[in-house]
Design a protein around this ligand. Structure first.
Ligand SMILES: *[C@@H]1O[C@H](CO)[C@@H](O)[C@H](O)[C@H]1NC(C)=O
Ligand SMILES: *[C@@H]1O[C@H](CO)[C@@H](O)[C@H](O)[C@H]1NC(C)=O
Ligand SMILES: *[C@@H]1O[C@H](CO)[C@@H](O)[C@H](O)[C@H]1NC(C)=O
Ligand SMILES: *[C@@H]1O[C@H](CO)[C@@H](O)[C@H](O)[C@H]1NC(C)=O
Ligand SMILES: *[C@@H]1O[C@H](CO)[C@@H](O)[C@H](O)[C@H]1NC(C)=O
Ligand SMILES: *[C@@H]1O[C@H](CO)[C@@H](O)[C@H](O)[C@H]1NC(C)=O
Ligand SMILES: *[C@@H]1O[C@H](CO)[C@@H](O)[C@H](O)[C@H]1NC(C)=O
Ligand SMILES: *[C@@H]1O[C@H](CO)[C@@H](O)[C@H](O)[C@H]1NC(C)=O
Ligand SMILES: *[C@@H]1O[C@H](CO)[C@@H](O)[C@H](O)[C@H]1NC(C)=O
Ligand SMILES: *[C@@H]1O[C@H](CO)[C@@H](O)[C@H](O)[C@H]1NC(C)=O
Length: 830
């Protein structure tokens, strides 16, 4: 090699750097010193000290890099790698990523890892991840067909190239992408097209592809969860062992119908879905810098995390988690079939159903199987079976029988006992369902009043013990091999650099303590905004006053304040601005938390919160504008009303919206004030619920008991008057009243009407009993549908909250998937 030339080059390089650094330090110091007190002596001392230290730092860095293993970004044909003799990997030009053999288990796997990560290697890609690790005498080689692996004297391709051209060279890029080129230097194969559990900044996960989690931190085989970028535009997390139906999902971006075509991660850490030039941000950007590396990995535990690696500090930080559950049991598939998940202090324990044993005692999350066999359906001597009971465990509903309403738990239990096909019965809110094993996604939830009955066989009464599940072989001990990546020299220079940096930091700290404090304060103020996820925008009061023309056009007055119409200058979007009035003065934090909760709701039957303003006493909410007024205008107006099909559709719209609030959004929201005035119609006559999530702002420290009655007379559930705890069932009651109002196109209370039709509920009930349902509706309707809607309405308005169905059941009933029996009582007349 041409040594003098190299030295000259390095010298020039260093010279240039020292000059430019000296200049920028000077500038830096000048600004800082002038900002505080100018002291020429101090200034010159600082300048020379800093530039000297910087020079040293750069020199040692350059030295360290030079001394490290030669790096290769141009991998030619027939280049090869070996697990234990150098070279074991090909490095990217900046030395950040390596492609090659890394230790896994007792052998080696082939993959890409982040070199400058913490003590634990961060593997971002693994070739043929489900193959067993290779032995020490394996060889990896770049050939014309792609990268080939030699093991047991057999060559096997690990990258299949489908183009007609041959491979010519390959390169490990600084982005973490390993690419193979043809002779024209066109990329013909790249690892970014074959992700495992990670995408890197710049990488795209296109529609119809997925990430699959790893088995563990040290075993990168396919694990239990996958993240799918679906063709319908939805990004969804499912357990792998499932049919990927909506019931299996534990998180979804809920952007189906929007046609997003890919999941993307940018250089500045922004994570978003993209359709053409339309984006849907999952996590806003952070910073763009050459010493920051972003990656998003589907973790072993099923959580999709966005990481930032600070290369200089050799640290990594989690910037965002999807989903943001606090209870890991909510991640479906955390526990296997026939077991249920309980959590204490972030520790998850999977417990078997009564009469069940773990499939694999060393991995309790793998599921359970029964340790007996039932007699089956042939012999009917049912004196050998009995039912055991489990309370407060919630399961995925997968009933083979349509759910039906029963009066007592015992009826439900006995129905299953008598049915030889039935393995378990789920009783919940007067509904009974029969299921077969396996039961899935069990989760202990003290707020869930499901009773599970599990059929058991009484061995002593003649039942047969099942196939015993002898100890399954204990999982092979996982051997962690200490990584050999750090060269001695690198270690030394890192120590030197750290020493210099700390000296520098101490110096800076000493002289500019004040400045540092101010900077930190600024940084802290900025932090919350940086970690926001799909958060609604924060507007200034001035901006909103402009948008509404000084609060000119009033749209209406509600329980919380006045609503004005406005237009945002950008995109001329029409908005509704709600100025909150009677809101309890909470801290800024609580208000913003609340806004974030509301802003995260994303459902076609909810009015979307676009932003808010929080300046002093001015609290304003910015919603999308609903052009077609409220449901009240629509159904109670004197001239004409929507026809029957429209009304049925509107009822379903509302039910789905409330169901989402109660069960599907991240934080359960009790609306507390469901009434036709709070249901708005958009251009397409889709009903959307508004004002949700605000009840909390009126009631600080919301517990399960509300002390002050919220809501509107006529729609209030009886428990409001009884000082009883308020639950989601209060909304179900209000929904029932609204449903009957929509069906009958009349108000709940119509004082001028005849005596026996004064209260809608009584009137409806009387008509149902008398078989004169047609009296209720002002037009010709489908009697079967009418009958169904009326029964649902009466079930929803039962005076006992526990007897009212959940909104999920309401939706099922309205869709006609469930038989509905006659309600018990006429409900409550207020
Ligand atoms: C890589 O090496 C080959 C062979 O030495 C050479 O022909 C080619 O130009 C190099 N490619 C790059 C990008 O340097
Ligand atoms: C990794 O996990 C898979 C599946 O559990 C197992 O088959 C394999 O042996 C494990 N590999 C190592 C190296 O432990
Ligand atoms: C490295 O991995 C071990 C075992 O998984 C873990 O206990 C440790 O905290 C990890 N260290 C870092 C710095 O992540
Ligand atoms: C980040 O910086 C790189 C290089 O300066 C630039 O190419 C890229 O567009 C930037 N990315 C973003 C998202 O700003
Ligand atoms: C998005 O693309 C469409 C059509 O390609 C174009 O009309 C529109 O202006 C683009 N919008 C932006 C914000 O670039
Ligand atoms: C089945 O398991 C239960 C509890 O898990 C245990 O009490 C019972 O003895 C077991 N029966 C057999 C036949 O192993
Ligand atoms: C259960 O039924 C079997 C067969 O009909 C009978 O032999 C046995 O005595 C019965 N046991 C009890 C406890 O009734
Ligand atoms: C099981 O059968 C025995 C004998 O017939 C009986 O004494 C016992 O009560 C039964 N156990 C249950 C839980 O039914
Ligand atoms: C409802 O929307 C339709 C279609 O946009 C429009 O023609 C109609 O005037 C609107 N009605 C009201 C009451 O605003
Ligand atoms: C109304 O429906 C049309 C066509 O289905 C759709 O393009 C439009 O975005 C809808 N408008 C709203 C506000 O949902």
């Amino acid at each position: 090699m041409n040594l003098p030339f190299l030295l000259l080059k390095r010298y020039q390089f260093l010279f240039f750097l020292s000059i430019s650094c000296n200049r920028c330090t000077k500038e830096f110091i000048e600004r800082k010193v002038l900002a505080t007190t100018y002291n020429p002596w101090l200034f010159s001392l600082m300048a020379s000290a800093t530039s000297c230290i910087l020079f040293l730092l750069i020199f040692s860095l350059a030295f360290a890099l030079e001394a490290a293993r030669p790096r290769q970004s141009n991998i030619t044909l027939d280049s090869s790698l070996h697990p234990s003799t150098n070279p074991t990997s090909w490095l990217s030009p900046n030395g950040r990523f390596a492609f090659g053999f890394y230790p896994e288990g007792a052998g080696f796997s082939i993959g890409i890892w982040l070199v400058a990560s913490s003590e634990n290697t961060t593997v971002i890609w693994t070739a043929d991840r489900d193959d067993p690790p290779v032995t020490e005498n394996a060889v990896l080689k770049l050939t014309q067909e792609g990268v080939k692996l030699l093991q047991n004297s057999e060559w096997r391709l690990i990258s299949k190239i489908y183009t007609s051209t041959d491979a010519f060279s390959a390169s490990m890029l600084d982005s973490g992408n390993f690419v193979i080129y043809d002779p024209n230097f066109d990329v013909i194969w790249k690892t970014f097209d074959h992700p495992t559990d990670t995408i890197m900044a710049g990488q795209v996960l296109p529609a119809r592809s997925e990430l699959v989690s790893s088995v563990s931190e040290t075993n990168h085989s396919s694990g239990k969860f996958h993240l799918k970028m679906q063709n319908d535009g939805n990004l969804v997390l499912y357990p792998v062992a499932s049919s990927d139906s909506p019931e299996d999902a534990y998180w979804a971006s809920q952007t189906d119908r929007d046609g997003y075509q890919s999941l993307n991660l940018d250089d500045d850490g922004r994570l978003y879905l993209l359709n053409g030039n339309v984006t849907y941000s999952l996590r806003s950007g952070f910073r763009n810098g050459t010493t920051l590396v972003y990656r998003a990995t589907l973790g072993v535990d099923g959580i999709f995390r966005l990481y930032c690696h600070y290369l200089k500090l050799n640290k990594e930080q989690v910037l965002a988690e999807i989903p943001e559950f606090t209870d890991r049991c909510e991640i479906k598939g955390t526990c296997g079939v026939n077991s249920y998940c309980t959590s204490t202090d972030q520790q998850v324990v999977c417990k078997c159903l009564p009469g069940f044993d773990y499939l694999d005692t060393s991995r309790t999350s793998s599921g359970c199987t029964r340790n007996f066999t039932t007699s089956g359906c042939h012999s009917n001597n049912d004196n050998t079976t009995y039912m055991s009971t489990l309370e407060n465990v919630n399961w995925m509903v997968d009933a083979y029988s349509a759910p039906w309403l029963v009066t007592s738990k015992e009826d439900c239990r006995d129905a299953c006992l008598k049915d030889c096909n039935c393995d378990a019965a789920l009783f919940q809110e007067s509904t009974c369902r029969k299921q077969e094993f396996p039961l899935r996604y069990g989760m202990r939830d003290t707020d869930d009043y499901t009773t599970t009955f599990i059929k058991q066989v009484n061995i002593s009464a003649g039942g047969r013990p099942g196939t015993s599940h002898a100890e399954s072989p204990a999982a092979a001990p996982i051997i962690t091999t200490k990584r050999k990546f750090s060269a001695k020299i690198l270690l030394v220079s890192v120590a030197v650099i750290i020493g210099i940096i700390s000296t520098l930091a101490a110096l800076m700290f000493f002289f500019y303590r004040y400045q540092a404090r101010r900077y930190r304060r600024m940084w802290r103020n900025k932090e919350p905004a940086l970690v926001d996820e799909i958060a609604p925008r924060s507007f200034s009061y001035h901006e909103l006053r402009e948008a509404t023309d000084g609060f000119m056009e009033e749209l209406g007055k509600g329980a919380f304040g006045t609503v004005f119409k406005g237009t945002l200058p950008r995109g001329q979007r029409v908005i509704a601005v709600k100025r909150l009035e009677k809101v309890v003065d909470e801290g800024e934090r609580e208000f913003r938390t609340e806004m974030r909760t509301i802003g995260r709701t994303h459902h076609k039957n909810l009015v979307r919160l676009l932003g808010f303003c929080d300046e002093g006493t001015n609290r304003l909410l910015v919603y999308e504008y609903m052009s077609n007024g409220s449901l009240a205008d629509l159904i109670f107006k004197a001239d004409g009303h929507p026809d029957w099909d429209e009304r049925v559709r509107i009822v379903l719209d509302i039910a789905r919206g409330i169901h989402y609030l109660h069960e599907e959004c991240e934080t359960r929201i009790i609306h507390c004030d469901i009434k036709p005035q709070n249901i708005l119609m958009d251009d397409n006559w889709t009903a959307k619920i508004s004002d949700f999530g605000l009840a909390k702002l009126l009631m600080p420290s919301q517990t399960r008991t509300f002390t002050v009655v919220r809501g509107t007379r006529g729609y209030l559930a009886p428990e409001w008057h009884k000082n009883a705890p308020i639950s989601v069932k209060a909304d179900v009651y209000s929904f029932g009243i609204v449903l009957l109002e929509i069906v009958c196109c009349r108000r709940n209370m119509e004082l001028e009407a005849e005596e026996d039709v004064v209260t809608l509920l009584d009137w409806v009930h009387n008509c149902l009993m008398a078989g004169e349902l047609e009296e209720l509706v002002p037009d010709e309707v489908d009697m079967i549908e009418l009958n169904r809607l009326v029964k649902v309405g009466l079930w929803c308005t039962q005076s006992e909250p526990g007897s009212r169905p959940s909104m999920k059941n309401v939706v099922m009933m309205l869709e006609g998937n469930v038989d509905i029996s006659l309600p018990l009582t006429a409900g409550f007349s207020s």
